[in-house]
Ligand binder design. Structure first.
Ligand SMILES: [Zn+2]
Length: 292
């Protein structure tokens, strides 16, 4: 627990090991939100959440996916048709870089992306939430329940594609996890990552009110430069980066708007089946490739 008297000291002369730069760098205090300090690496722009006692296993429960948590997903299961259409587009995108082989998704939630990817790839997933992992297994998917540690990756074996959709910002040790992924990637294989862009105009102007500024759920806030340094340090080539349009369930948009405006209310299930194209250019999609 941080006390008020510790705060001034936290605002100047900070250095932290930066997982993107791969060394200790100077950090600047940006703001405090949800009881967490948000610091930023002065070299690469990577934002970090400083917190203590955050337990992911207790956090990613069924409540997280069903709209009972303000920072989670609104009615994820009800939005399946919209999410599946969006994931089918993601599969088309991935196939431009790798057309087949074995694909692993970290944080595969209910398995909707894997169900689409299974048309072209031999798929597997790792998911921390037990109810979500069970849902994928009942649909016939190969899903391990747990975290992406050495033991679970060994059980999956070598793969050609590893996908992390809005997951890397949740990882306690992103560099270590991506290094493990790299080890389990076949030569020429790719890692596809989506995450917020902390260097984007929207993120910089919104500051603590940015829609993705949700610590302690989000532990890291990447910039293009931090992603470039992180991948270079792991021997991966950054082959592509863009800010893609996304079709999202209308319910999720209403949900995020309500939260931004400080309104509470019941889930908006009826709007789950309607897809709305959005792009705030504050989220990036990255393709990293291992040398063949
Ligand atoms: Zn850095």
């Amino acid at each position: 627990m941080q006390t008020e008297s510790q705060l001034p000291a936290a605002k100047g002369g900070l250095s932290r090991p930066c997982p993107a730069c791969g060394r200790t760098t100077a950090h600047v205090f940006r703001f405090r939100i949800n009881g967490c300090d948000i610091l930023q690496c002065e070299d690469c722009g990577l934002g970090r959440t400083e917190t203590s006692g955050f337990d992911p296993a207790a956090y990613y429960t069924e409540d997280y996916f069903s709209g009972r948590r303000l920072d989670g997903y609104s009615d994820y299961l009800g939005a399946e048709p919209v999410l599946r259409r969006e994931f089918a587009r993601s599969v088309d995108f991935i196939r431009r870089y790798r057309d087949g082989g074995k694909l692993l998704e970290l944080g595969c939630a209910y398995g909707f992306f894997l169900m689409e990817a299974a048309r072209y790839f031999d798929v597997a997933g790792i998911e921390l939430s037990a109810p979500a992992a069970d849902h994928g297994r009942r649909a016939g998917l190969n899903v391990l329940q747990g975290v992406a540690d050495a033991a679970n990756l060994r059980r999956i074996g070598q793969v050609d594609v590893i996908v992390l959709f809005d997951v890397v910002e949740h990882l306690p040790q992103p560099r270590e996890t991506l290094a493990l992924c790299c080890q389990h990637l076949n030569p020429g294989g790719i890692i596809v990552i989506t995450t917020g862009d902390f260097g984007s105009t929207v993120a910089r102007s919104a500051g603590a009110r940015w829609r993705l500024m949700t610590p302690p759920q989000h532990l890291w806030f990447f910039t293009q430069e931090s992603m470039r340094r992180l991948s270079a340090g792991l021997g991966l080539a950054m082959e592509h980066v863009d800010h893609p349009w996304k079709i999202v369930p209308a319910s999720l948009m209403v949900f995020q708007l309500r939260r931004m405006l400080g309104l509470r209310g019941k889930g908006v299930t009826a709007a789950s089946r309607i897809g709305v194209p959005v792009n705030l250019f504050d989220a990036m999609r990255i393709v990293l490739r291992k040398a063949s």
